[in-house]
Design a protein around this ligand. Structure first.
Ligand SMILES: C[S@@+](CC[C@H](N)C(=O)[O-])C[C@H]1O[C@@H](n2cnc3c(N)ncnc32)[C@H](O)[C@@H]1O
Length: 395
């Protein structure tokens, strides 16, 4: 999928000691289509997250470490405003409380953010805004954000934290671990791999940035990877970092910005339901933004356009491999859970795909009609023609 503003943190230096890429200088900058895709994803996820959690809790919290100005050049809302609007809508329906905790380093952006949040507030009724508090802090996000979360007793209660920097690496693993100690915390982090592959090879300072972000030195094996595998390697290392921090389920979105730079938006949760809802949001992102996905488990790394009926050829390949890895086959229920936890696809897509594989003769199903309890095994002699059809078939 698509991007944020610019991938490098200010103040980061290359091997020659010079600044590498300028980050946006103005307080408010142009929103690119990929940032729009990120906001669409965030909005759709929070629209599911807020009502579920408000129905069971008195107070829930949304926090950002890198809030931006709350607005883009042509008046488009920034992520804090996107979140505020979703929460104000949810509070119309639930007699509960929400708080937004927002950090931003640049004083000009803080000033604009304060203005934008006041404007957002003015669009809603007093009985809603009285229950929706906004706390804006100016300064380096770490450790201030954590302190604010501690002092407001937000930790241990439902909490969504967006750490949307210019790509870093600038989120210390120690912060992720503090957040991951609580089952009810979810995070979304922007991670940009090319800085490390390009500028950390023989620059100790930059390597240390990597060590602090990953919480170990294992990521440094990236320098032994072939060029084509480096980004995927770092992405998987970063997902592993989130898992180690406590976020047992992760999902990522590949984003390519206007300049062709790759960024990952990586989501971490400890709840299967969170994962499910984030996947729903992901497949609903407006197609106009040109979002595409790639499943890490697909050996052919096919890019998937967002379509009303997404291309499930990679899911068929992935499921066939998974079914064949068990001598007794797998139940459809097991395949649905595997699909939720290990692929970019949704469990609801499984029954249709298994039916197709059965009809193509690549798997056998017992009983033949497909339900959650059906056991599926790889056919011993799949018909050649149908196997080819299965691999290449689009909807
Ligand atoms: C990618 S932009 C945020 C965009 C915003 N989340 C949105 O989607 O509308 C990153 C922001 O982080 C701010 N920033 C950079 N380093 C920071 C730090 N160490 N602490 C807090 N904010 C920082 C920048 O000034 C910039 O406004």
């Amino acid at each position: 999928m698509a991007t944020v503003c610019d991938p490098l943190p200010s103040g980061v230096v290359d091997e020659l000691g010079g600044a590498i890429v300028a980050v946006p200088k103005d307080a408010v900058w142009e929103r690119d289509p990929h940032t729009a895709a990120k906001h669409d994803l965030l909005k759709r996820y929070l629209e599911a997250w807020a009502p579920i959690l408000l129905s069971r809790n008195d107070v829930i919290t949304y926090a950002e470490g890198f809030s931006g100005a709350g607005v883009y050049k042509h008046g488009e809302p920034g992520s804090p405003v996107v979140a505020y609007e979703v929460f104000a809508g949810a509070l119309h329906r639930f007699p509960k409380r929400m708080r937004l905790i927002l950090m931003e380093e640049d004083p000009r952006r803080v000033e604009e953010l304060q203005r934008q949040m006041a404007l957002a507030r003015s669009r809603h009724a007093d009985h809603v805004t009285a229950r929706l508090s906004v706390n804006i802090g100016q300064g380096d996000f770490h450790p201030l954000l954590l302190r604010k979360l501690q002092s407001t007793s937000a930790l241990g209660k439902p909490l969504f934290v967006l750490l949307d920097s210019f790509g870093g690496p600038d989120i210390p693993y120690s912060l992720l671990r503090e957040l991951g100690r609580y089952r009810s915390t979810e995070v979304m982090v922007t991670f940009e791999p090319s800085f490390l592959t390009r500028f950390a090879g023989n620059h100790d300072g930059n390597r240390q940035l990597g060590d602090a972000a990953f919480g170990s030195q294992d990521w440094q094996s990236v320098f032994q990877q072939p060029s084509s595998a480096k980004f995927a390697f770092l992405r998987e290392q970063y997902r592993e970092t989130l898992r180690r921090a406590g976020f047992s389920h992760t999902l990522y979105f590949e984003m390519v910005d206007e300049g062709g730079r790759m960024l990952y938006l990586i989501f971490g949760t400890q709840h299967e339901r969170g994962l499910e809802k984030m996947k729903d949001a992901m497949w609903k992102v407006d197609r106009a933004y040109g979002v595409r996905y790639r499943d890490p488990k697909d050996t052919q790394q096919q890019m998937l356009d967002l379509e009303l009926e997404p291309d499930t050829a990679p899911l068929r390949r992935i499921l066939r491999d998974h079914i064949s890895s068990s001598p007794t086959g797998r139940t459809v229920q097991e395949l649905q859970r595997f699909t939720l936890l290990e692929t970019v696809y949704r469990p609801t897509q499984v029954i249709r795909v298994v039916r197709q594989m059965r009809d193509a003769g690549t798997v056998t199903a017992e009983p033949r009609s497909i339900s959650a309890k059906t056991r599926v095994s790889v056919a011993t002699n799949p018909p050649k023609a149908s196997k080819a059809a299965e691999q290449g078939a689009l909807w």
